[in-house]
Ligand binder design. Structure first.
Ligand SMILES: [Zn+2]
Length: 155
């Protein structure tokens, strides 16, 4: 990819996957698409948020459910908008059958995140997650989510 292409995708992604989206809310929707179900007691009462919204506590049994435990986002220190922008790139590339052509150096420039090691790790996680069709939590959901968000706004 040349600098011009990189700049173009960078601008596009800033619009599609905004930095100021409510990522805790989005993660919640992804984890519990039909609403919260407590893994401890099966209660479906809306849990209370703990610690910056990443942990939810069941009102009935006090079970603490984490938004990110057991997922590829577990303990990440990279902001969610960076993750989601990279997921978006990979999901679209998979549809175009160009997923193997993605260069990590291009991704670093596209998302404007200089930590090559983190980006390398993230890309590796995302690539294998997208290539494993039986993974129980499908991260390509995020790409669809942001596409739908935009088409709703255009109406
Ligand atoms: Zn419970």
């Amino acid at each position: 990819m040349n600098e011009k292409q990189i700049g173009k995708i960078n601008l596009k992604l800033k619009v599609i996957v905004p930095i100021n989206a409510d990522y805790d809310k989005i993660l919640f929707k992804w984890r519990w698409p039909k609403g919260f179900i407590c893994p401890g007691c099966g209660s479906d009462r809306i849990p209370s948020k703990q610690r910056k919204g990443k942990i939810y506590q069941c009102l009935d049994c006090k079970y603490q459910a984490s938004l990110t435990a057991g997922t590829i986002f577990h303990k990440t220190r990279t902001p969610m908008h960076i993750w989601c922008r990279i997921i978006y790139i990979f999901v679209k590339a998979k549809k175009n059958r160009s997923i193997d052509a993605i260069k990590i150096t291009d991704i670093t420039k596209i998302v404007g995140y200089k930590n090559y090691k983190s980006i390398y790790y993230i890309c590796d996680k995302i690539r294998s997650s997208i290539n494993e069709p039986d993974s129980d939590i499908d991260i390509s959901w995020f790409a669809d989510y942001f596409d739908e968000l935009r088409s709703d706004e255009e109406l």
